[in-house]
Design a protein around this ligand. Structure first.
Ligand code: ADP
Ligand code: MG
Length: 669
């Protein structure tokens, strides 16, 4: 094996049947090996693995890679075998990779402890993958592209070491510029988010991930709006955003983004300058910019003047700058340098198509030189095959990412800008509120055995400082009248039953009930509930203060629990059509103040909150605070599985939680 002989350290085999393996000395057992062992690679039959790992642990070996398959992935007694393996690893505090993996690579020492066919070249991207096959494919491809790696780890079953451990370790590793991962699931979502956030922000090491496969949200039936609207995908989005992770949507993006983040400076501006020798690709680039978070840079007048001086009359000076089909490399160079001098230009994409006279090599050399002399990220799209090959490797060596498709270049620039945004994003503080924890607990304890609670649990919100309208749940017409009188003016009356999920669907909500109609309304609500479902459990009728819905906006604030990332808080445009609009944003609890503000401002209908069509803006800070208080409730009471405040009516004067629904796991209380 060529790769083993390149390794700068010493290699020995342990195999009782041979004195020599592949030219390396072989010993009968682990205990016979002289000297210290830095790393053991275990590739013995499944039944023998745990015994070998125990021996290694007893001998003081700390780093172990288990290549052998036949553990939790295999069914049968595999799961039990994996538990034993974890036990042995824990007992000896082993750093154990695998089992069921293809091994690890570390290029600085030329260590290739995998059974993949190729060794990667040395670089500063560290790469982990849950799929071993994907590693061999990626290394082969990267070698072709001239892209190097520092560490490569096949995570396998992640029995001991998982993605969080490697994000953490590579965040500390001076030689790692970018952490890249291909994951199918995440072991401990909360811990992963905290670690990745520290690494992306404090260690300034970008983390790029592609996530494949679906994780089902568990078998529990969802009975909240939040639960219906949340789901795995939203949880990943929210968690990755919180962690500052750059998300790739496919493997091409994964390595495009990794390379861009490895080699390019971070842009100061979102404006992109496009310099091209052909119109069509310029339009394609413009479309790609439109789909991204970037924009086409608007040049200063001095830039237009300079372009006008430097380029032929027929050229287009407006961005995208078209230097025309007959442009030699020098004309590109002039246009690119002028564009880079413009303060609105934060990034530059150079597009070149082959023409009869065009010299790609000269262009590549000039781009490399220009890129070296600027803090603005520059990428290239060389839209040809064989003719561009030499030029592409010149660019690659010079640290300028190049692509065939201009859109790939734009997306890579977008990823770099995305990392800058993530790094600089204001998170704020997780505010501590004065809440009545005991009162909240006692309300939850009084809840029904099946854990479904509705407006009768409104005092829970009072305990957490979330404003609610005055109201009570009553069981007779007389009581209804008494409460209506106490509240004064017109009231709202609602049926209260755990069996009726959406009250207004069955006419179970009466808004603007006058005093003299309260008795009739009570009767009507009860009979509606009865005819809807004769055996529905009726807790009574809620008589509630009217809230000025007309002057406000109905929003929804809620949470559910994601199996990987824990409590996921939702904000959105609420009311009975919430699932129709699906205008929502999510945050992983605990949600800090700036995060809550971003959630509120990021829904599409947020202009409604700021006072659209001459209306007075609502008190958005009260909405933001409610999101934070709901996040606190979610964090404080793991027993609450899901909760909706829908609507939380937001008016210029503040907010009011008009309706509540939650599901509890009474066992957890
Ligand atoms: P459900 O969601 O079960 O149908 P809600 O209590 O949310 O029942 O009421 C449905 C709608 O009735 C609300 O979205 C809101 O428009 C209106 N409504 C409910 N309570 C009040 C109230 N106290 N003041 C004004 N309007 C209300
Ligand atoms: Mg409702």
């Amino acid at each position: 094996m060529e790769s083993l002989s390149e390794f700068e350290g010493e290699v020995v085999a342990v195999n009782p049947n041979h004195e020599e393996v592949l030219g390396f000395a072989s010993y009968g057992g682990v205990d016979d090996v002289p000297g210290e062992i830095d790393l053991a690679v275990v590739a013995v039959p499944p039944d023998a693995v745990v015994g070998v790992v125990e021996t290694l642990g007893e001998r003081g070996v700390v780093n172990v890679v288990v290549v052998t398959a036949g553990f939790s992935e295999a069914g049968g007694d595999g799961a039990e075998r994996e538990r034993e393996l974890v036990g042995a690893a824990r007992e000896h505090s082993l750093n154990l990779v695998g089992p069921n993996c293809i091994g690890v690579v570390s290029t600085p020492t030329k260590l290739n402890a995998t059974f993949g066919p190729d060794s990667p070249v040395e670089g500063s991207v560290s790469f982990m993958s849950q799929s071993g096959a994907f590693i061999t494919a990626a290394v082969d491809w990267a070698n072709d592209e001239g892209m190097g790696f520092r560490h490569v780890v096949s995570l396998g079953n992640k029995a001991v070491l998982d993605e969080t451990d490697f994000v953490e370790a590579w965040g500390e590793d001076e030689g790692t510029n970018v952490v890249v991962g291909y994951l199918e699931g995440i072991e401990d979502g909360g811990e992963f988010v905290r670690t990745a956030r520290r690494v992306t922000r404090e260690k300034e090491t970008p983390v790029v991930l592609v996530k494949s496969g679906r994780t089902e949200a568990g078998a529990r039936a969802v009975s909240s709006h939040t639960g219906t609207l949340a789901g795995t995908e939203k949880a990943y989005e929210a968690a990755f955003r919180k962690a500052g992770i750059v998300r790739a949507h496919n493997t091409e993006e994964l390595f495009d983004f990794a390379r861009a983040l490895d080699t390019l400076p971070l842009p100061d501006e979102d404006g992109v300058a496009v310099v091209t020798n052909a119109g069509g690709p310029g339009v394609m680039a413009t479309d790609a910019v439109g789909d991204s978070s970037l924009s086409l840079a608007e040049f200063e007048d001095t830039t237009y003047d300079a372009l006008d001086d430097a380029l032929p009359d027929a050229a287009a000076f407006y961005n995208p700058v078209d230097v025309l089909g007959d442009a030699p490399a020098e004309r590109f160079e002039d246009a690119v340098s002028i564009a880079l001098d413009d303060p609105n230009v934060g990034a530059c994409l150079v597009i070149a198509c082959p023409t009869a006279t065009f010299d790609f090599d000269a262009l590549a050399e000039s781009i490399v030189e220009t890129a070296e002399g600027t803090d603005v990220p520059v990428v290239a799209a060389l839209m040809g095959g064989e003719a561009t090959k030499e030029a592409r490797s010149k660019l690659s060596e010079g640290g300028v990412p190049s692509y065939f498709d201009p859109a790939r270049g734009v997306r890579s620039l977008d990823a770099v800008a995305g990392y800058r945004n993530a790094k600089e994003r204001e998170i704020g503080e997780v505010r501590e509120f004065e809440v009545d924890h005991e009162k909240a607990r006692s309300i939850l304890e009084r809840g029904r055995e099946d854990g479904r609670l509705g407006v009768e649990a409104t005092p829970l919100l009072d305990a957490y400082g979330i404003p609610t309208p005055k109201g009570e749940v009553v069981e007779t017409q007389d009581e209804a009248e008494r409460v209506a009188e106490k509240i004064g003016g017109e009231v709202v009356m609602k049926i209260v039953s755990p069996d009726i999920l959406h009250k207004s669907d069955i006419g179970g909500v009466k808004v603007g009930v006058a005093r003299e109609d309260v008795r009739d309304a009570y009767e009507d609500l009860v009979s509606r509930a009865r005819s809807y479902q004769p055996d529905a459990e009726l807790l009574g009728v809620q008589v509630q203060e009217m809230v000025e819905v007309d002057e406000g906006v109905e929003t929804i604030v809620g949470f559910n629990r994601d199996p990987q990332f824990g409590p996921l808080v939702m904000f959105g445009l609420g009311g009975i059509f919430v699932e129709v609009f699906e205008d929502t944003s999510f945050g992983v609890a605990p949600v800090a103040d700036a995060e809550a503000r971003e959630m509120v401002n990021s829904v599409e209908s947020s202009p409604l909150l700021r006072g659209a069509r001459g209306r007075e803006p609502v008190d958005t800070e009260a909405v933001v605070e409610t999101v934070e208080r709901v996040s606190a409730l979610a964090t404080d009471f793991p027993a609450i599985l899901e909760l909706d405040i829908n609507p939380l009516v937001a008016t210029p004067e503040g907010v009011s939680a008009v309706d509540l629904r939650l599901t509890l796991d009474p066992e957890e209380l």
